[in-house]
Ligand binder design. Structure first.
Ligand code: TYM
Length: 327
């Protein structure tokens, strides 16, 4: 059976891009594969986090997975730091990835650009991500377009390790969706929507109230020529609205464009579609949030399962590279 692995950082309120680019697809595809989903808390701490908030967001992220339809009976859903093999394999990955490769990662450049403190781990982050994926003999990694380069690095590192030390890892493929692979910021539509955007007005949180969502779409930046057609290059704002509405209603953005001659109705319909899409997720989230212990218990059971899956792969890698077997 095909093995799927993906992860989400518990580093802020998850936003519409996380839902359309990742969570919704995970839920839709969970029965087509043996699926493993991770809350990657070790990735989140590559930048300083408030400890109390990090713990709360870790449970919140787990609840958003569950509310989006991930069924822990059918998929494995766990917290990265609960499976020590991730950091153990990450070291081997750091020894296999080159400094030059890591230096070329655009996400590192973007994330280090705006900070006065840049941790060493922010630089080696993609090696940990490669470990996450390779540890489970993963075939497919569903992610948004922003993770494409990290996935290419993962493949290169897996192939390099295999050619140096013999066939050890499955070389995974990225699965990037056609629709909503890169949901853009509503205020600055040339930037991707992100948990850490400068202005909260450009980001639709998965937990935003309907009124807030309406307001954000109403104020979305478009352009002056008042023509509705899909062209991300010359009309990034309008094209983003068309992409979002298209993704929510499972239509191509070009087709959606045919229904509109004005921006106002397009904005209103995009807002309505997002509100409708998120309503059941938000309702289920509210139920789950009332019982954080139940979620923690679920995560513990899944972590046990993940540890069992990861152990033989880690041993295989240790032996291939020549570490003395543990007795
Ligand atoms: P993260 O936490 O930034 O995002 C989680 C997932 O959401 C997707 N995504 C988007 N998709 C479309 N439009 C957007 N605006 C948008 N913003 C985010 C991301 O592409 C991702 O699929 N490094 C990863 C986490 C990670 C991981 C892994 C993923 C760690 N280990 C192993 C896959 C496999 C990250 O920071 O994602």
């Amino acid at each position: 059976m095909v093995r799927v692995f993906s992860g989400i950082q518990p580093s802020g309120d998850l936003q519409l891009g996380n839902y359309l680019g990742a969570l919704r697809r995970f839920a839709r595809e969970q029965d087509d594969a043996d699926s493993i989903f991770c809350i990657v808390d070790l990735h989140a701490i590559t930048v300083p986090q408030d400890p109390v908030e990090l713990r709360a967001r870790t449970i919140q992220t787990a609840n958003l997975y569950l509310a989006s339809g991930i069924d822990p009976e059918r998929a494995t859903l766990f917290v990265q730091s609960h499976v020590a093999a991730h950091t153990e394999l990450a070291w081997l990955m750091e020894c296999t990835a080159s400094f030059g490769e890591l230096s070329r990662m655009t996400q590192f450049k973007e994330k280090s650009d705006r900070r006065d403190f840049v941790s060493g781990a922010l630089f080696t982050y993609p090696a940990l991500m490669a470990a996450d994926i390779l540890l489970y003999d993963t075939h497919r990694v569903p992610v948004g377009d922003d993770q494409r380069q990290h996935l290419e690095l993962t493949r290169d590192v897996a192939m390099r390790f295999n050619s140096r030390y013999g066939d050890t890892f499955v070389v995974p493929e990225a699965a990037i969706p056609k629709a909503a692979a890169r949901v853009m910021d509503l205020q600055t539509p040339t930037n991707k929507m992100s948990k850490s955007a400068d202005s909260p007005q450009g980001t639709v949180s998965m937990l935003d109230e309907p009124k807030a969502i309406e307001k954000k779409f109403k104020r979305a930046v478009t352009d002056n020529d008042a023509e509705v057609h899909y062209d991300p290059e010359t009309k990034p704002g309008v094209s983003n609205l068309l992409s979002i509405l298209g993704a929510c209603t499972d239509r191509d953005p070009e087709v959606v464009a045919g229904d509109y001659t004005q921006y106002g109705p397009l904005k209103a319909d995009a807002a309505a579609a997002v509100i409708e899409l998120l309503a059941p997720v938000q309702a289920r989230f509210a139920e789950l949030a009332a019982d954080p212990d139940a979620t923690a218990e679920l995560l513990a059971i899944s972590a046990e399962r993940a540890r069992e899956m990861a152990a033989p792969v880690l041993t295989r890698a240790h032996e291939a590279i020549g570490l003395l077997p543990r007795r």
